[in-house]
Design a protein around this ligand. Sequence first.
Ligand code: NYM
Ligand code: MG
Length: 199
Amino acid sequence: MAVRGLFIVVEGIDRSGKSTFVRALAARLGNSEIMSFPNRQTQIGSMINSYLTNSIHMSDEAIHLLFSANRWECKGLIEQTLNAGKNVILDRYAYSGVVYSAAKGLDLEWCMASDIGLLKPDIVLYLKLDPREAQLRGNFGEERYEYLDLQKKVSDNYDMLMGKINNCKVLDAALPTESLLELAELGSVDTTKALEKLW
Ligand code: NYM
Ligand code: MG
């Protein structure tokens, strides 16, 4: 069997530059698949998209579970891709699930429960940005959740959750992409160890 690929997650508040960074990272590493959560291409993802664009309403609990189900439906693909020797770079993962739903007032442990047993990434790169900076960036405010009060709570929750996990690297999202790539130091990640469970 081929040596497995690197499993990398990129997290951060809205407009923190995750998508740009993820593309640059994939180009730098080569042999990489980018996947984004929510994955809006599936039927579950299409419901999530309708919710985020305010065309349907749902309870906080129901949408939380849909976000989680959207990860579960992609678990097999992530595993197969890694085992085929390709790197998988995720633009958001279960950490987003927890910090956004908890920012709306849901219980943290309850939020974590639906993702128990998903795969744990080798490293989580947290692009930390002041929510007031993010607000000044283009297109802020287009979707549900993109308002300052909520983003501040999301940011606080990220600080708390990222402090609890043992595989997180915090990067200053105000830096240029080239610097972020240097700071990520992915050469030190050990891919000979087996994939573990998230939590
Ligand atoms: N989001 C994303 C959640 O609330 N829970 C989740 O589990 C995930 C994966 O979706 N505001 C929120 C965060 C974002 C929104 O994501 C859409 P993006 O990366 O802006 O397309
Ligand atoms: Mg967004």
